[in-house]
Design a protein around this ligand. Structure first.
Ligand code: HEM
Length: 125
């Protein structure tokens, strides 16, 4: 499913890389997010590039390397509150602009990620 996908439309791997890199620069500076992410974000960046490639309808790179995403389960070791969710989405909103992901894809991606982020919350404020 690599045709007519968001992945293709935004420009494939280079666009995903720009987005993920811009995103984790912000995560690494966000006071609410620094405490729950690893200090070295290298592996996190790598996993997110694989995941978002697949999530946007590109090749299933994440599944090939790490298996079924089971994202909610993989996030259970971290206490993710509504404030963390808002911080995550705020970093993503800015990263989409910085990475020059154009409309209508920017909004389509943000809506998809908002649904997933809501699903990752596992701890009340
Ligand atoms: C991993 C936090 C939402 C995708 C992680 C990790 C943390 C985290 C602390 C561990 C870092 C690591 O394994 O290197 C959060 C917080 C979120 C959130 C606070 C707020 C709602 C999301 C969303 C997505 C996502 C919306 C996908 C669209 C991933 C992926 C991994 C990950 C793919 C790596 C999983 C693995 O293979 O180990 N996240 N996350 N996260 N997150 Fe999130």
């Amino acid at each position: 499913n690599q045709t007519n996908s968001i992945f293709e439309a935004i420009g494939g791997i280079p666009a995903v890389e720009r987005l993920v890199e811009a995103f984790y620069v912000r995560v690494g500076k966000h006071p609410d997010l620094i405490p729950i992410f690893p200090e070295d974000l290298t592996e996190t960046i790598h996993k997110q590039k694989l995941f978002l490639t697949q999530f946007f309808g590109g090749p299933p790179l994440y599944a090939e390397e790490r298996g079924h995403p089971m994202l909610r389960r993989r996030h259970l070791p971290f206490k993710i509150t509504p404030a963390h969710k808002d911080a995550w989405l705020n970093c993503m909103a800015h990263a989409l602009i910085e990475a020059e992901i154009e409309e209508p894809y920017r909004s389509a991606i943000f809506e998809k990620l908002t649904l997933t982020a809501n699903h990752m919350m596992n701890t009340p404020e």
